[in-house]
Ligand binder design. Structure first.
Ligand code: IPM
Ligand code: MN
Length: 332
């Protein structure tokens, strides 16, 4: 039996609730397949900071490093102190954010099936800047190395998952220095993948086209902040953040998380939608090489949505977080 050490990072707000739901589903995967998990729980976030003064205690990054993968739920005000160092110190250079339409999830557009590949380590997120009286700046750093690395990952993903097209989203017409580097890197890498179609769109036009013709997009590769913004837009097209999983992926490690935050108004109600975290757990299994188990989680989610008997209030139902976990588990 393959046993995986999983860093489990529940965080704040609805984080612990949706994490419990995803762990329940993973436990059923354990019972029904030849896979085992050792969960190592790591405390991070606002509540921890209020108690101890630190949001990301020393040793957390090392614990994740020692694990085969991490599953993270959400943190509140301290997100910048928790998730950004995780991404950067573990060199999780890919932020993989699929957005697709699921059954019975109210959505704005049909036929959306987009995979956003967001560069996750540089750009404006380098956190280089300064602030004085009446002025402030942040510096955007783009390197050929990181840009080629993310472009290659996007094309390899397209090959592996039988996608047809990769679109580079940039703003070279204005951010000529930084986006120039990114665009050239994408063009260079595209040359090695003659079987995958390649095109480019300027970010503002992309934002509009996502609304008008989202079905025209397949895989999008873009820089850190553009990917941050466009992935929320894509999530909005397919029914909001309750259904959108993501993965922070590096060469040797990865941390999976729902795109949503801590939803303070839902914290403690037991009514948060756990689907994004359950789907993130599925993506984690896929990344670990357990593609069958991963597919079975997504299929179980789709069955529960199709039946529409066990849905949380955001999807028009009245079920609780753990009811949804039980319903998905039953399908496994
Ligand atoms: C995300 C979030 C984070 C980001 C914040 C909370 C630091 O918006 O994961 O998309 O900007 O990357
Ligand atoms: Mn975001």
């Amino acid at each position: 039996m393959t046993k995986y050490r999983i860093a489990k990072i529940p965080g704040d707000g609805i984080g612990p609730d949706v994490m419990a739901a995803a762990v329940k589903v993973l436990e059923v995967v354990e019972e029904t397949r030849d896979i085992g998990f050792d969960f190592v729980e790591l405390e991070v976030g606002d509540a921890l900071k209020a108690r101890t003064g630190v949001a990301l205690p020393p040793g957390t990054i090392e614990e994740i490093e020692k694990s085969d993968a991490g599953l993270f739920a959400a943190v509140g005000e301290t997100a910048k102190e928790v998730i950004l160092p995780m991404r950067q110190e573990l060199d999780l250079f890919v932020n993989l954010r699929p957005a697709k339409v699921y059954p019975n999830v109210p959505h704005l557009k049909e036929d959306v099936d987009i995979v956003m590949v967001r560069e996750n380590t540089e750009g404006i997120y380098k956190m280089i800047g300064d602030r004085g009286d009446g002025w402030g700046f942040n510096v955007r750093v783009i390197t050929t190395k990181a840009s080629e690395r993310i472009a290659r990952w996007a094309f390899d993903y397209a090959v592996k998952y039988e996608r047809e097209k990769v679109t580079c989203v940039h703003k070279s017409n204005v951010l000529d220095k930084s986006c120039g580097v990114f665009q050239e890197a994408c063009q260079h890498v595209a040359g090695s993948y003659p079987n995958i179609e390649y095109d480019e769109v300027i970010v503002d036009a992309c934002a509009m086209r996502l609304i008008l013709r989202p079905e025209a997009f397949d895989v999008i590769v873009t820089t850190n902040l553009f990917g941050d913004i466009l992935s929320d837009e894509a999530a909005g097209l397919v029914g909001g953040l309750g259904m959108t999983p993501s993965g922070n992926i590096g060469d040797n490690n990865a941390v999976f998380e729902p795109i949503h935050g801590t939803a303070p108004r839902l914290a403690g109600t037991g009514r948060a939608n756990p689907m994004a975290t359950i789907l993130s757990a599925g993506m984690m299994l896929d990344w670990l090489g357990e593609r069958n188990a991963a597919t079975s989680i997504e299929d179980a989610v789709i069955e529960v949505l199709n039946e529409a008997k066990t849905l949380t209030p955001d999807l028009g139902g009245s079920a609780g977080t753990m009811d949804v976990a039980a319903a998905v588990s039953a399908k496994l």
